[in-house]
Design a protein around this ligand. Sequence first.
Ligand code: PGA
Length: 240
Amino acid sequence: MDDYNAMSRRAAELVAGELHANPEAVIAVPTGATPQGFYAQLVALHRQGAFDASRLRVFQLDDYVGASADDPHSFYAWIKRDFLDPLGIASAQVTRLRGDRADIWRACHEYDAALRAVGGLDLAVLGLGGNGHIGFNEPPADPTSATHSTALSAETIAAHTRYWGEGIPVPSRAVTCGMANLLAARRQVVLVAGAEKRAILRRMVDGPVSAQVPASWLWRSAGCVIVADAAAWGRAPGVI
Ligand code: PGA
């Protein structure tokens, strides 16, 4: 894609097509800077009647440990603002991944049981971390991992200061939908934008499959599509 807007539009069209084909799809969606344009375009397509969101089933991809739903920094609040509310998705359609529960292990276990009960993810829309993480599956990652809590790497904490603001401490732990669920999704759409993601995108696509680059496993999944802008792709633009 030759620029960020085109990348966002293409990703939104792709996802809208998937949701139109399967209005009861089980989906996970990302937070971050990259998907902002995608959400704006997806909401516009929804307003034009491109798909029906009233029967979608949403599983939260990840969150910080300790952030409650009413904390505007929490990823639940983030997807509520950008995705759930604009598409009219009711809370009954959403399975949260509760980083604010006292018993995180149980929260993860219940989440995986709920996801198993609906047959797993049909669609995972994902960003690509600067360190190759997918969701909060930080390197080194285990492709068989269940939903779990994890310490955030120094690199991820540094990257996330732009979400929290200078001087505000970023939580040091997070919960994430496990790699096993993401790899088993029938379709994964990975959004990548900006020159600062070029090196890690190259490692995802051309490097060896490696625990150090969790996204490298994803790329070997039959359902994986990358939608990248030219700055990230660094080659002729396109959907990969
Ligand atoms: P970003 O985050 O879109 O803000 O770069 C990507 C990610 O960490 O998944």
